[in-house]
Write a protein that binds this ligand. Structure first.
Ligand SMILES: *Cc1c(COP(=O)(O)O)cnc(C)c1O
Length: 515
């Protein structure tokens, strides 16, 4: 076999033919400038991370927007130094720091640094993963990560997938394939070519009442409308209630509606609850409807040693959403859409004859664009690749197991406190609860819990989230950081209480003032 000659010479190239009148273009004549600017940037990052003693400065949007408004974009600074100074004031001094142990708000993980160095590499080379001739090895690296994910899910070699911008895009793809597959199977209609069939008005999608709002959004985008999504109530563990699902599907059919998909959530955004996947799969098989598993959050279980069984049944799904930027320590964006039968990608391929994903047709160069909603597409896969190659999936899994354990000990800690009401036992790594006080009525409690979150954000020492379920406002911890200790949770709980007392005093002050 011929030895392939790499493009890169091992000797440093000296044939500079770039025009020095283009000083900022990233090429060999500017490498030195680039490296210096990188060092300056690195030192800025270093300072920002070391100085981030608080989660957030507490700045409000009015103050910051004044600073941003004052910048005149038609007056470039022509200086890396000055621009970095400026961005420090505009952004870094007031950013929200997800790596901080007391950031427990949304599904934002701290990132693994192998993924951060990958970011540097991937934007420097700037491959685009739509076609082989814009990416070469990048395409193979992404495909290998997809195949790895396919195996972890337990799908066979008929499965395939693609990196996406996030869970929302992955869920959209799932519903698109489910819709088009239903039209083809049930009415011999090809939506890609002819648009929606008349029957599409009756298409119905079932998901639990605590599923992610991207399901509704996708239904709207796909011409089915919000009302095509039937919310199914949850049981006391916030999992889809199977009897309610059966009843909803049965009622839909009785009305002449056409169930086309059930979206099971493996790790709901608020409660981390996992719908009964195996039982939902059975129903979907029997009723011939598409089963999608939204594992945007729960996908972290795939990396664990001891908790993968919580996802059992996922292998019977028709498609799966994975968000590596939620539970695999990846920087935004890093996400995937996986489908059990790769032939289903035909519904979004521009060429009518997409039948040969490259594993089946080794002669043809692989063009991932055939599986994607996007055309030009970042090489986000490199981040997960370097994470798995340097850190290893076992370590990623250990992080996820540890935050699950932290959620359980946080539950135990808060439960002992009379001033907190807990609404669930954590299954993954979130904890939903509220501050309670027998002196306050439901409405006052709602107001108080609503304000606590904003007030704490203003103080900046910690960041927590807020959610609403059946009319009641709750507070939420989302634990994804292995450096958050139970001591941090106790401190945050104390901060919540201190804040609640202040707000309560204000509430009563106001009431007395009215009298
Ligand atoms: C976050 C989330 C999504 C949306 O993912 P993005 O990456 O934010 O687009 C979808 N489903 C669930 C369950 C989520 O938690």
């Amino acid at each position: 076999m011929n030895q392939l000659a790499p493009v890169l010479d091992s000797q440093s190239a000296s044939n500079s033919h770039s025009d020095p009148s283009h000083p900022y273009i990233f090429n060999e004549s500017n490498l030195l400038h680039y490296e210096m600017a990188s060092m300056q940037t690195m030192s800025l990052i270093h300072q920002a991370i070391r100085r981030a003693k608080k989660v957030h400065s507490g700045v409000n949007h009015q103050q910051l927007s004044q600073l941003v408004a004052n910048i005149d974009l038609s007056q470039p600074l022509h200086s890396v130094d000055k621009a970095l100074d400026e961005i420090k004031a505009l952004y870094l001094d007031h950013a929200v720091y997800f790596h901080h142990p007391k950031y427990v708000a949304h599904l934002n993980c701290p990132v693994a640094y192998p993924a951060v160095i990958a970011e540097q590499l991937l934007s420097a080379i700037n491959s685009s993963l739509d076609t082989w001739d814009q990416s070469a090895g990048g395409t193979l690296i992404e495909q290998k990560l997809i195949d790895w994910s396919v195996q972890r899910i337990g799908f066979d070699s008929h499965a395939d997938g693609i990196f996406t911008s996030g869970g929302s895009q992955s869920n959209l793809m799932a519903l698109l394939l489910a819709r088009d597959d239903a039209a083809k199977r049930l009415h011999g209609h090809v939506i890609r070519d002819h648009g929606l069939p008349a029957q599409a008005k009756r298409y119905r999608i079932f998901c639990s009442e605590v599923s992610h709002f991207s399901i509704q959004k996708s239904a709207a985008l796909l011409g089915l409308g919000y009302n095509a999504v039937v919310p199914v109530s949850v049981d006391k563990h916030f999992k889809m209630d199977l009897d309610a699902l059966d009843a909803a599907m049965c009622q839909a059919r009785a009305q002449g509606d056409i169930p086309i998909a059930v979206i099971a959530t493996a790790g709901t955004t608020d409660f981390g609850s996992i719908d009964p996947l195996a039982s939902i799969a059975e129903r979907c098989q029997k009723q011939q409807v598409w089963m999608h598993v939204d594992a945007a959050y729960g996908c972290g279980l795939l990396a664990t040693d001891d908790y993968t069984h919580l996802l059992s049944g996922i292998e019977h799904a028709d498609s799966v959403t994975l968000d590596y930027h939620k539970s695999f320590l990846q920087p935004v964006s890093s996400s995937a859409f996986i489908v059990a039968d790769k032939q289903q990608f035909q519904h979004l391929t521009h060429h009518a004859d997409y039948l040969n994903p490259f594993s089946d047709c080794p002669q043809a160069a692989p063009n991932l664009v055939d599986k994607s909603l996007q055309t030009t597409r970042r090489f986000d896969a490199l981040k997960l690749w370097l994470t798995l190659r340097i850190m290893g999936s076992e370590q990623v899994g250990r992080v996820f197991s540890s935050v699950m354990a932290l959620a359980r000990s946080s539950f135990v800690t808060l439960k002992q406190d009379q001033e907190f009401e807990l609404v669930h036992e954590p299954e993954l790594s979130t904890l939903v609860f509220r501050f309670i006080d027998p002196q306050l009525d439901d409405e006052q409690l709602n107001t108080l819990n609503y304000q606590i979150k904003d007030e704490l954000f203003k103080q900046g020492e910690c960041a927590i989230a807020r959610t609403k379920f059946r009319g009641i406002n709750y507070l939420k911890f989302t634990l994804l950081n292995p450096n958050t200790a139970i001591e941090d949770i106790k401190t945050i709980a104390a901060e919540i209480k201190a804040c609640a007392y202040t707000l309560k005093a204000r509430l009563f002050e106001k009431e007395t003032n009215y009298e």
